[in-house]
Design a binder for this molecule. Structure first.
Ligand code: GRF
Length: 210
């Protein structure tokens, strides 16, 4: 399908396994889904996510950060690749680099990230470890717009919670959260594509919320 189909053109930034990318690709494959992934860009050449894109017939692009003088130059190259493909929404799905204002301003209100905690709790890395160490009884996942401040702080679009079990390890908790991530991210993209999200201050208003 092309832009002529009227579907929202989505670019996905990845670094690793790509299970969230897969959820977006699977959603895109459904004809009645209002968005389609048109390009997947990785900062790591061997990211499994690139193989998932190729398998789905979606353009897979490796952009090597070492080819650029600094973070801004790399980020502007990403902006260029995405813009050249008519991307209207960017999803970061396990993208392990912090995006500078050069990127976040270019896609302000048009870039979203998935994070495996109930933000604002536990931003950053090793999130399940943080949750277990803190002893929380409920964990979860968050989809949020990228802000141009600190990581994992932008306006929250959707969240889902899961219980934390006494015998959980990082892996078992991560698995339970991932199940929610794979549902939440395509849903957030769908809401965006349907024009049902607006950012009011730091809140995201979801119109026609069910
Ligand atoms: C996910 O837990 C995501 O929330 C976090 O990194 C992980 C990426 O997993 N930002 P995958 O590459 O989508 O499988």
């Amino acid at each position: 399908m092309t832009a002529a189909s009227g579907r929202l053109r989505v670019g996905v930034l990845v670094s690793g396994r790509g299970s969230n990318l897969q959820a977006l690709l699977d959603a895109s494959a459904r004809g009645d889904y209002p968005a389609e992934v048109v390009v997947v860009i990785s900062d790591r050449e061997r990211a499994a996510a690139l193989d998932r894109a190729r398998a789905a017939g979606v353009e897979a692009l490796y952009v090597n950060p070492k080819d650029f003088a600094d973070r801004e130059a790399f980020d502007l190259a990403l902006v260029g690749e995405l813009t050249a493909r008519g991307v209207s929404l960017v999803c970061t799905a396990g993208f392990m680099r912090i995006l500078s204002p050069a990127f976040t301003r270019a896609f302000a209100g048009r870039a979203m990230n998935i994070h495996p905690s109930l933000l604002p709790a536990f931003p950053g890395l090793h999130v399940q470890r943080q949750a277990l160490d803190h002893g929380v009884k409920v964990a979860g996942a968050t989809v949020h717009f990228l802000g141009d401040g600190a990581v994992d702080t932008g306006p929250i679009i959707l969240q889902a919670s899961v219980p934390v079990h006494p015998d959980d390890t990082e892996d078992t908790l991560a698995e339970r959260i991932l199940t929610e991530e794979h549902r939440l991210f395509p849903e957030a993209v769908r809401l965006f594509a349907e024009g049902r999200l607006s950012i009011v201050g730091r809140r995201v208003v979801v119109r026609g919320a069910r």
